[in-house]
Design a protein around this ligand. Structure first.
Ligand code: CMC
Length: 439
C-alpha cells in the first residue's frame, strides 16, 4: 500500500460554536501544492454537527497524487507535468502510462505497454451480438453505457477488486477496448459492418480507422486528423475529482467491480453540464442559426429568468482561461487550416460567439471563459465526426483517468465507503393511517 504524502499541522484551525462558546481544534492537512484542507473527519463525533456543502464547492473528497489543477492561475498538470507540454511532446498512450503508473516510461516500458494495450483492443466476439440488441437509432452514449456495464458479464477473470492482478487486467482491458466499443457503437447506428482493430496503427489512428474505414476501400490514415485526435485525447485524459471521476470513486468505494464503476462514470459524463457539453455546443450553434442571432442568445444567457446558458462557457474550477481550451483553440485553428476549411457557417458562428463573449462584461465579470468542450466540439465537427459521438470520444479519453483514480482509491489504506449525510427538512414522525381514513 502506498503511503499517503500529506503533512499534518495539528490543531491549526479552531472552530467556535457561538451558541455555547465551545471551541474545537481541527487539524490542517497540507499537500505538495494547492490549498490546505481542514480535516473534519472527527467533526460529527466531536460536535454532533455535519458540514453542509451541496455540489462539494468547498470539499476535498480524497488525497490524490494524479492531477493538479489551479483554477485561478489556469494550471493543469498530470503527475506534475504541465498539460501544454504533454499535448505538444507526448502521445496519448504515453500519457496513459504516466497517469496509471505515476512516471513517464522509458523506451522499453513504453513498448511493452503499447503492445499490451494493442493486444487487448479486440472484444469478446459475443459482445458483438450484445450490440445488436440495441435500437439502431440509440444514442451511442446509451450503447456505451450498456456495453461497458455488461463487460463484467464477459470478463470474469478481472472483477475481483482485492486481487491486484485482476485490477491490472481490468484496467488494461478498459483502456484498450474503449475505442473499439466507441467505434462499434457508431458503426451500428449507421448499419456499417463492425471493424476489428488493426495492430499496425497507433491508438488514435486505430480509433479513426475503426470509426471511418469502409470495407470496400483501402483505409488511408490522415496523419493530421490522427494527431489532432491524439491531442484531444491527451487533453481530456484526467481532471481530478470532477463529477464523473467522483462517481467512479464513490461507486467503487462500495467494492463494485471496475466495469460497473466505469459505466457509472460514463452515465455522469453524459450530462450537458459535464462531458455532454461538447455535443450541446453544436446543438446550441444549430439553434442560434446565424451570426446575426448571436446578440439575442447572449442576452438570453445573461437573463436571470431564462434558464438558457451558453454551452461551452464557464467552469466550476477554472476562473481563468481553461488551460486545455488554450491548447484546443490552437489545435482548432490548425485543423481548420490544414483541412482548408474557410467557409463553414457553424464555425464562423462559434468564432463570433467566442469573440463577443470574451468582451462582454457579464462573462468577463463572472470569469466565464470558453472551456475545453467549446473547442473540442468545433474540432470534432471540422474532422467530420458526428455530433452524437463527441461525448463518446470524451469517454474514450477519460477512461484512463477513471482507471487511474479508481486504482488509487482501492490502494488507499484510508479508503472508506463514500456515504455523505444530509440536512433533513421533511416531516417529523407521524402515524400510518389506513387508506380509508386518508383525506
Ligand atoms: N452561460 C451563462 N451564464 C453562466 C454560464 C453559462 N455557460 N455558466 C455559469 N453562468 C453564471 C451562472 O448563472 C451564475 O450566475 P449568478 O452568480 O448570477 O447566479 C454564475 O455564472 C456561476 O455559475 P454556477 O452555475 O454557480 O457555477 P458552477 O460552478 O456551479 O457551474 C458549469 C459550472 C460548468 C456547470 C457552468 O458554468 C455551466 O453550466 N456551463 C455550461 C456547460 C458547460 O460548458 N459545461 C462543460 C464544463 S467543462 C468540461 C467538463 O467538466 O466536462
Amino acid at each position: 500500500m502506498p503511503e499517503k504524502m500529506h503533512s499534518t499541522e495539528k490543531a491549526a484551525f479552531t472552530l467556535t460554536d457561538n451558541r455555547s462558546g465551545t471551541s474545537y481544534d481541527l487539524d490542517v492537512l497540507k499537500g505538495s501544492t494547492g490549498p490546505d484542507v481542514i480535516d473534519v473527519r472527527k467533526l460529527y463525533a466531536d460536535t454532533g454537527h455535519f458540514t453542509y456543502d451541496p455540489g462539494f464547492t468547498s470539499t476535498g473528497s480524497c488525497e490524490s497524487d494524479i492531477t493538479f489543477i489551479d483554477g485561478e492561475e489556469g494550471i493543469l498538470r498530470y503527475r506534475g507535468y504541465p498539460i501544454d507540454q504533454l499535448a505538444e511532446h507526448s502521445h496519448f498512450l504515453e500519457v496513459c502510462y504516466l497517469l496509471v503508473y505515476g512516471e513517464l516510461p522509458n523506451a522499453d516500458d513504453m513498448e511493452k505497454f503499447e503492445t499490451r494495450i494493442t493486444y487487448h483492443t479486440m472484444l469478446h466476439e459475443q459482445i458483438n451480438y450484445f450490440f445488436r440488441g440495441f435500437r439502431r437509432d440509440s444514442h451511442p452514449m446509451a450503447i456505451m453505457n450498456g456495453v461497458i456495464g455488461a463487460l463484467s458479464a464477459f470478463y470474469h477473470d478481472s472483477t475481483d477488486i482485492a486481487d491486484p492482478v485482476h485490477r491490472f487486467i481490468a484496467s488494461t482491458r478498459m483502456i484498450a477496448k474503449m475505442p473499439t466499443i466507441a467505434a462499434t457503437a457508431y458503426r451500428y447506428s449507421l448499419g456499417m459492418p463492425f471493424t476489428y482493430p488493426r495492430n499496425d496503427l497507433n491508438f488514435s489512428e486505430n480509433l479513426l480507422y475503426m470509426m471511418f474505414s469502409n470495407p470496400c476501400e483501402e483505409y488511408k490514415v490522415n496523419k493530421i486528423l490522427a494527431r489532432a485526435m491524439d491531442r484531444i485525447l491527451i487533453l481530456h485524459a484526467d481532471h481530478e475529482q470532477n463529477a464523473s471521476t467522483s462517481t467512479v470513486r464513490i461507486s467503487g468505494s462500495s467494492g463494485a467491480n471496475p466495469f460497473a464503476c466505469i459505466a457509472a462514470g460514463i452515465a455522469s459524463l453524459w450530462g450537458p453540464a459535464h462531458g455532454g457539453a461538447n455535443e450541446a455546443v453544436l446543438t446550441m450553434l444549430e439553434e442560434i442559426g446565424s451570426v446575426d442571432n448571436i446578440p439575442d442568445y447572449i442576452a438570453k444567457a445573461k437573463d436571470k429568468n431564462d434558464p438558457f446558458r451558453l454551452m461551452g462557457f464557464g467552469h466550476r474550477v477554472y476562473k481563468n482561461f481553461d488551460p486545455r481550451a488554450k491548447v484546443m483553440r490552437q489545435t482548432a485553428h490548425e485543423v481548420l487550416g490544414d483541412l482548408n476549411i474557410k467557409d463553414d457557417p457553424m464555425l464562423d458562428m462559434a468564432m463570433e460567439l467566442e469573440r463577443i463573449a470574451l468582451e462582454d462584461d457579464y462573462f468577463v465579470e463572472k470569469k466565464l471563459y470558453p472551456n475545453v468542450d467549446f473547442y473540442s466540439g468545433i474540432i470534432f465537427k471540422a474532422m467530420g465526426i458526428p455530433t452524437s459521438m463527441f461525448t463518446v470520444l470524451f469517454a474514450v479519453a477519460r477512461t484512463v483517468g477513471w482507471v487511474a483514480q479508481w486504482n488509487e482509491m482501492i490502494e488507499d489504506p484510508t479508503q472508506k465507503i463514500g456515504r455523505p449525510r444530509q440536512l433533513y427538512t421533511g416531516s417529523l414522525e407521524r402515524n400510518y393511517l389506513d387508506v380509508t381514513k386518508r383525506k
